[in-house]
Write a protein that binds this ligand. Structure first.
Ligand code: GLN
Length: 557
């Protein structure tokens, strides 16, 4: 332990092989949690090999959810896992893409900064990658360990410069300061009756060909790998069997750090990086996982949106319900309803049997009329409702049409000539034609009205929440709509923007212009999701009582 400087930042690199979607993000976040709980200061970042500058311009079907940070960065959904596991707010420095690297290198070349040199992938692009990796070494003071996840799969053309850059970092750093983790898949082939190691052998071979010898293998597998299989993998991959770990499929992602710790993953990482720490403090994490796995009751909440076939588009919402379930000792069963089916068949067949409805954010007109009908149904039937972003805009449109007699009330996103544009662009947004990063993005303060459901939930009048949208509540209709009963429960500090609306005389009807799910954490559930689920639990209980009374009256109970 004597040769290491006390504050030298260590680097862990996480790569993936065989197939994508193995959970590199969860693996990186889990290791981050374990190291943090050992008292180390951890930085987490993801490098994405695509050419988009950020995922903000990508269709959710391509990329899943865009995770927005406080500083307004539109990032990969893995950043959501990082924030939830670390319980920290990250910055735009934690998500770097090939697009950003090339943007920097090319503008530097145009300025003449390379002094006549031929600008090449090695060393100019790899130098830029390395300097971005090192950027995280200092974040509010020195960081002990930076974990860098490299997106994509080993063998992809796009990820080659990143792998080359992390290879160079290993070469340039003193022993005991860099560590490579490789996540792979061990498929179980029924016909052979055994787990197959060959794809992993090939994947590690591809890594070794470019000069990277992993220190640690995390093998995704349906059941724990035997000693024999681990030894075989170790032999073919040039590493000890003790460095080959099973990343067994689990029901909750929050179990992953516990499984890693039981097998000694964080122990080996600390030993290799010459970090001496106490064991991780995980009591609250154990308790939280126990509550997820042993819920006392159930509720059913419908999510009605456009991308319901692709759950990754709603990742943070799904996780927020897990957190809110823990807070309410309930398992939240999510019922996915396509807004277009509601348009075709009406809301009743889909919403008759649920305890709450959430309308998530979204873009474009498809499915909007179905969402509006669903909102009308839950408003009239006293079913708890939470509207997010487009969900709030639809709630305003529905109220304007049904309660304020503004027939054809609409958002100008869907009809520029709408007779009653209750949702519209702010004047400064009207001129914008460039698509990247032009929305209201990131954290904005909001002042909450006392005595509202939102005030009850937050327990304060000053909040800050993250936004990602272009359209806003149209102030020209504010008086009319509020006089009809709707409450503006949250406003921007200068009073110009309506950030939260509520409908009174309803058990729980709250809709927000921001995305509360981006700030929910397993150990700190978001107050709005928590209270929405509490309202759903109450609604279900009253529904069940009514059913019993009903049966009693009919002489059946
Ligand atoms: N399409 C709406 C807007 O741009 C809502 C966006 C969202 O739900 N994230 O304002």
């Amino acid at each position: 332990m004597d040769s290491v400087e006390p504050r030298q930042t260590k680097h862990v690199f996480v790569t993936g092989g065989v197939v994508s979607s193995l959970g590199k993000g969860i693996a990186s976040a889990s290791l981050g949690l374990l190291l943090k709980r050992r008292g180390l200061r951890v930085g987490l970042q993801k490098f994405d090999p695509y050419l988009n500058v950020d995922p903000g311009t990508m269709n959710p079907f391509q990329h899943g959810e865009v995770f927005v940070l406080d500083d307004g960065a539109e990032t990969d959904l893995d950043l959501g896992h990082y924030e939830r596991f670390l319980s920290e707010n990250l910055t735009r420095q934690s998500n770097v893409t090939t697009g950003q690297i090339y943007e920097t290198v090319i503008s530097r070349e145009r300025r003449g900064d390379y002094l006549g040199a031929t600008v090449q992938v090695i060393p100019h692009v790899t130098n830029e990658i390395k300097s971005r990796i090192r950027r995280l070494e200092r974040r509010n003071g020195a960081v002990d360990v930076v974990i860098t996840e490299i997106g994509g799969t080993v063998g992809d053309i796009e990820s080659q410069p990143f792998l080359e850059a992390i290879r160079q970092m290993g070469l340039e750093s003193p022993p005991g300061t860099t560590l490579y983790i490789h996540l792979t898949l061990i498929p179980f082939i029924d016909a052979a009756g055994e787990p197959k190691t060959k794809p992993t052998q090939h994947s590690v071979k591809a890594l070794r060909e470019i000069g990277i010898q992993p220190h640690l293998l995390l093998c995704r597998t349906a059941s724990e790998l035997s000693e024999e299989i681990r030894a075989k993998i170790g032999l073919f991959c040039n590493m000890p069997a003790s460095a080959v770990f099973s990343a067994v499929d689990v029901n909750s992602v929050y179990e992953v750090p516990l499984l890693f710790h039981e097998q000694g993953v964080d122990d080996l990482v600390c030993r290799t990086l010459l970090l001496e720490t106490p064991p991780p403090q995980l009591d609250d994490w154990h308790a939280m996982v126990h509550r997820i796995k042993n819920p006392g009751r159930r509720v059913r909440i419908a999510i009605c949106g456009k991308y319901v076939s692709l759950k990754d588009a709603y990742k943070s919402i799904i996780e927020s319900f897990v957190h809110a379930g823990v807070a309410n000792d309930a398992h939240v069963e999510l019922v996915w309803v396509s807004s277009e089916s509601i348009k075709k068949q009406g809301p009743e067949p889909f919403l008759d049997n649920v305890d709450g409805l959430l309308i998530p954010g979204g873009f474009g007109e498809r499915g909007v009329e179905g969402k509006i009908e669903a909102i009308r149904f839950v408003r009239q039937h006293g079913i708890p409702f939470l509207g997010i972003c487009l969900g709030m805009q639809c709630a305003v449109i529905e109220y304007a049409r049904s309660v304020c007699s503004l027939e054809n009330a609409q958002s100008t996103e869907f009809n520029r000539e709408a007779p009653h544009p209750v949702i519209t662009l702010l004047s400064e947004q009207r001129e914008v034609t460039n698509m990247g990063g032009t929305m209201r993005l990131g954290a904005y303060p909001c002042v909450i009205k006392e005595g509202t459901k939102s005030h009850q939930a937050y327990g304060t009048t000053q909040i800050s929440e993250r936004h990602r949208h272009r359209y806003e509540f149209n102030n020209q209709y504010r008086d009319l709509i509020l006089q009809a009963g709707m409450i503006a429960a949250g406003l921007s500090p200068d009073g110009t923007l309506v950030e939260i609306i509520e409908v009174p005389d309803h058990p729980w009807f709250v809709a927000v212009q921001f995305h509360p799910e981006l700030k929910s954490r397993p150990t700190d559930p978001h107050p709005l999701y928590r209270d929405f689920v509490a309202a759903a639990v109450k609604f279900r209980a009253s529904r069940q009582t009514q059913a019993v009374v009903g049966r009693h009256e009919a002489g059946m109970a």
